[in-house]
Design a protein around this ligand. Structure first.
Ligand SMILES: [Zn+2]
Length: 277
């Protein structure tokens, strides 16, 4: 897909699974299980889909998957599956090496969004995966990640970003705005503090990267809100405000975690907005 000077390409980095109850909050299982069937441990399949934006001499990544700095027990809990794709193998398919990435936009610092930023070497050192990249994080999200609540402490793992901070590659962004030509960041605070979501637009065609505001297409439904969210009523209002804007402007929505659909449009129905694959 082309938008202005940019070519946009989905980058599959692997698959994992999370508890279906936690993914859908107050929604009963007999509803969510129809669209997102649970396995024997009640987990649903999740994609780890990054976005590659290329143009104007830049190779920009939005989010970096989950990475592979996990012990056996954690791998099993999250059903992490890199058998078909990894971040680097998918980039290689597009002719890119790690050194070619010029910018990374991290929507937030939860491990399933930024785990690919840092690689563990054979001798156990933690090194930046993309040595030539500038890494954009929201100042407020970094602050929260370093001092999380008990509720989302398990999702913020310091080894995912501190080696990047130590190497001077981290670029702290304070609030919304145009981060690169034609790429605007919006800020959302329901899931965690200061999730930054990029809108790539040339005025005619627009793609919005949803990350954990709409993790799967089922989450387009207003009350389908993750139990993981720190401020679910804020998420509700953020969704309520964004959907009509996205529908009226004809945005495509890029879904990071939906196991089937990476890109959807919206339709307006008497019951509210729905995803069209
Ligand atoms: Zn998250």
């Amino acid at each position: 897909m082309t938008i202005g000077p940019y070519t946009l390409t989905p980058v599959e980095t692997g698959r994992f699974a999370l508890d279906g109850g936690a993914m859908f909050g107050v929604v009963p299982k007999n509803l969510w299980n129809r669209t997102n069937p649970a396995d024997e441990q009640n987990r649903i399949d999740m994609a780890l889909r990054a976005l590659l934006i290329q143009g104007n001499g830049m190779n920009i990544l939005v989010d970096t998957g989950m990475g592979d700095k996990y012990d056996e027990k954690t791998l099993a809990i999250y059903k992490l599956d890199h058998s078909k794709w990894t971040l680097l193998s998918s980039l290689e398919q597009y002719g890119l090496k790690a050194g070619d990435i010029t910018h990374v936009i991290q929507t937030h610092l939860h491990f399933d969004h930024c785990g690919g930023l840092v690689t563990q070497t054979a001798v156990g050192d933690l090194v930046p995966t993309f040595p030539n990249a500038k890494v954009f994080v929201q100042k407020e999200n970094l602050k929260w990640a370093r001092n999380p609540t008990e509720k989302d402490r398990a999702s913020y793992l310091k080894h995912d970003w501190e080696p990047i901070a130590a190497s001077g590659m981290l670029e702290e962004v304070d609030g919304p705005g145009e981060i690169l030509p034609g790429i605007h960041l919006r800020i959302f605070n329901g899931h965690t503090r200061a999730q930054q979501l990029p809108l790539v637009s040339d005025g005619t065609t627009s793609v919005f990267f949803c990350a954990d505001l709409f993790p799967t297409k089922a989450h387009i439904n207003l009350p389908w809100i993750m139990g993981y969210d720190n401020f679910p009523l804020t998420t509700l209002e953020e969704k309520r405000a964004l959907l009509p804007e996205a529908y009226q402007a004809g945005w495509k929505l890029f879904l990071e975690h939906d196991p089937q659909s990476g890109l959807i449009s919206l339709e307006s129905t008497p019951k509210g907005f729905r995803a069209v694959a």
